[in-house]
Design a binder for this molecule. Structure first.
Ligand SMILES: NC(=O)C1=CN([C@@H]2O[C@H](COP(=O)(O)OP(=O)(O)OC[C@H]3O[C@@H](n4cnc5c(N)ncnc54)[C@H](O)[C@@H]3O)[C@@H](O)[C@H]2O)C=CC1
Ligand SMILES: O=C([O-])CC(=O)C(=O)O
Length: 364
C-alpha cells in the first residue's frame, strides 16, 4: 500500500516537472520568434527632418531596439538624387534592424503596405513667416497624399503629420481619407511638449527626465497653450508640483508660455532653418509612446481628433494630454481647468477653426 502511495507521488511530481518544462519551452519559443518588420513611411525624406529621422528609426528609437523596420522614403522629383544619396547612406550605416529601404518619388509605391506614416514632406517655414503662411502649398499636398494612403497603406496604418500647419494638414488628410479611422490620424505636438519640459528643467536645474505631465493644448502654432498646472517634478523628497517648485507665477504665466510658443521661430532665427533634430527625435517619441504605451502615471501631448473633451469643438485636430495603451491613445479626463487656462485653450481652438476655413478656401 505504502509503495503505491510513493509511486503515485513520484508520478505527480514527474508530471508537474514535465508540464513546467513544456510551459517554459512554449514561452521560450515565443521569445525567440523573429519579429516581423514594420514598414515605416517617411515623406519629405530628403529634407532636413527626414535626414535626421530615418537613422533614428533604423536604430530603433521609434519602435524599440528589437523591432526590425523597412523604411519607405518619399520625396519629389527635384529631390530624387538627394533621396538616392540618403538611401546609400542608410545602406552604408549597416543598421542591424533595417531590413529594407524603398526610396521613391512615386506616392503609390511609397504608401504600399505601410504600417506607420510620418508625413514630413512639404514646404518649410522661413524666417519671418507664420506657419499659416505655408498653408496654401501644404494643404493641397495633404489632400493628394490622403488618397494614396487610404488606398495603399495597411488598413490599421497610424499616421503622424509633422509638416506645417501640422494640425490643419492632419485635418485635411483625415477629410480626404475617410476610411482611415479618425483615431489613427494625429499631428506632432510632442516637440512643444518636450520644449516645455526642457524649460522647466532648465529653470529648476533638475534633470528633464524628472519633469512630467506638462500639457500643450491646441495648435502647433504661436497660439498653443503650454500649461504647467498639473506638471510634477521628482525630487529627493517625492513628487512635487512644478508650479510650487518654480514659485514664480509671473514667469510661468508669461515668459515660460511665450518662450515655448516662440521656440520654433527662435530656432529658425538662430539656424536659418527650422528645427530638425529635435523635431525628428520628438516624432520618434510620439510614435513610440503611441505604439508601445506611455509610462504609468505619465501623459504626453498629441494632436488628435477632438471628441468635444474640455469643451473643444469636435472635429478639430487639437492637442490634448493623452495616455496610450495597446496602440490606442485616450484623452486624459477630469483635469481642473481655471479661467486663465480656459481662455487660452479657447483662443487656440478659435485659430484652428480659422485655419480650417482658410484651408478649405484654398481647396475650393
Ligand atoms: N510639427 C512640428 O513640430 C514641426 C514641423 N515642421 C515642419 O516639417 C516640414 C518639413 O521640414 P524640413 O524637413 O525642415 O523641410 P525641408 O524643406 O528640409 O524638407 C521638406 C522635404 O519635403 C519634400 N517635399 C515637398 N513636397 C513634397 C511632396 N509633395 N511629397 C513628398 N515630399 C515633398 C521636399 O522636397 C523636401 O525634401 C515643414 O513643413 C516644417 O514647417 C518643422 C519642425 C517642427
Ligand atoms: O516653426 C517652424 O516652422 C518649425 C516648427 O514647427 C517648430 O520648430 O516648431
Amino acid at each position: 500500500m505504502e509503495n503505491w502511495v510513493l509511486v503515485e507521488k513520484i508520478v505527480v511530481v514527474l508530471g508537474c516537472l514535465y508540464l513546467s518544462w513544456k510551459i517554459i519551452r512554449y514561452i521560450w519559443s515565443f521569445s525567440n520568434i523573429e519579429k516581423q518588420p514594420i514598414k515605416v513611411l517617411v515623406t519629405g525624406a530628403a529634407g532636413q527632418i527626414g535626414y535626421a529621422l530615418v537613422p533614428m528609426i533604423a536604430r530603433g528609437a521609434m519602435l524599440g531596439p528589437d523591432q526590425p523596420v523597412i523604411l519607405h522614403m518619399l520625396d519629389i522629383e527635384p529631390a530624387a538624387e538627394a533621396l538616392k544619396g540618403v538611401k546609400m547612406e542608410l545602406i552604408d550605416a549597416a543598421f542591424p534592424l533595417l531590413e529594407g529601404v524603398v526610396a521613391t518619388t512615386d506616392v503609390v509605391e511609397a504608401c504600399k503596405g505601410v504600417n506607420i506614416a510620418v508625413m514630413v514632406g512639404g514646404f518649410p517655414r522661413k524666417e519671418g513667416m507664420e506657419r499659416k503662411d505655408v498653408m496654401s502649398k501644404n494643404v493641397s499636398i495633404y489632400k493628394a497624399q490622403a488618397s494614396a494612403l487610404e488606398q495603399h497603406a495597411a488598413p490599421d496604418c497610424k499616421v503622424l503629420v509633422v509638416a506645417n500647419p501640422a494640425n490643419t494638414n492632419a485635418l485635411i488628410l483625415k477629410a480626404f481619407a475617410p476610411s482611415i479611422p479618425e483615431k489613427n490620424i494625429t499631428c506632432l505636438i510632442r516637440l512643444d511638449h518636450n520644449r516645455a519640459l526642457g524649460q522647466i528643467s532648465e529653470r529648476l536645474n533638475v534633470h528633464v527626465g524628472d519633469v512630467k505631465n506638462v500639457i500643450i493644448w491646441g495648435n502647433h502654432s504661436s497660439t498653443q497653450y503650454p500649461d504647467v498646472n498639473h506638471a510634477t517634478v521628482n525630487t529627493s523628497s517625492g513628487q512635487k508640483s512644478a508650479r510650487e517648485l518654480v514659485a514664480d507665477d509671473q514667469w510661468l504665466n508669461t515668459e515660460f508660455i511665450t518662450t515655448v510658443q516662440q521656440r520654433g521661430a527662435a530656432i529658425i532665427k538662430a539656424r536659418k532653418q527650422s528645427s530638425a533634430l529635435s523635431a525628428a527625435s520628438s516624432a520618434c517619441d510620439h510614435i513610440r509612446d503611441w505604439v508601445l504605451g506611455t509610462p504609468k502615471g505619465t501623459w504626453v501631448s498629441m494632436g488628435v481628433y477632438s471628441d468635444g473633451s474640455y469643451g473643444i469643438q469636435p472635429g478639430l485636430i487639437y492637442s490634448f494630454p493623452v495616455t496610450c495603451e495597446k496602440g490606442e491613445w485616450s484623452i486624459v479626463q477630469g483635469l481642473r481647468i481655471d479661467e486663465f487656462s480656459k481662455a487660452k485653450m479657447d483662443a487656440t481652438a478659435k485659430e484652428l477653426m480659422e485655419e480650417k476655413a482658410l484651408a478649405y478656401s484654398f481647396l475650393n
